[in-house]
Write a protein that binds this ligand. Sequence first.
Ligand SMILES: [Fe+2]
Ligand SMILES: [Fe+2]
Length: 180
Amino acid sequence: MSTKRISDAMEKALNDQMTREAFQAQVYLSYASWAEVNSFSGIANFLYKHMNEEREHMFKILKYINDRGGETKIEAIGAPPENPSDIKDCLEKILQHEVDNSAEIDKLVNQAHEEKDWATFSFTQWFVKEQIEEESLINGLLDKYTLASEQKEGNANYYELDKDLNKAPQSAEIPREEKL
Ligand SMILES: [Fe+2]
Ligand SMILES: [Fe+2]
């Protein structure tokens, strides 16, 4: 067992966040199953994959706590909320879950800063970045939903056009930040 390098308060805060990530996975799992039952197989696949991402987040935090000489406590996960009423509701709800989760990550960052726990501060930066990506991804899906449905009049094929443009061959790749 290694020397404990995080405070008791930080250990608890990280543990709570780990449980929240597990809860996020439950939410995605339940929404994925709902989408599948309602024949939206593409959305179901997206949500199933995202469920796994949330579990990876959970595991990342578990490892960090244990690696820093703390001890992870596996706790009960709350039941997921009721099924969404439709696809729009589903996307809006997962966006809200992500926004709420980002606020919790920010609290962890603040706590690390206050405690001058620079290792945890550095660790939480990965999550800050991840939340930016996830919010942006789901906002993009909501935009696509709007193009595909509400703005159909007069913009009839924007959604198809968008999909086609995405597949159009280009000689150069989009410049992207290197994945860590
Ligand atoms: Fe997450
Ligand atoms: Fe997430």
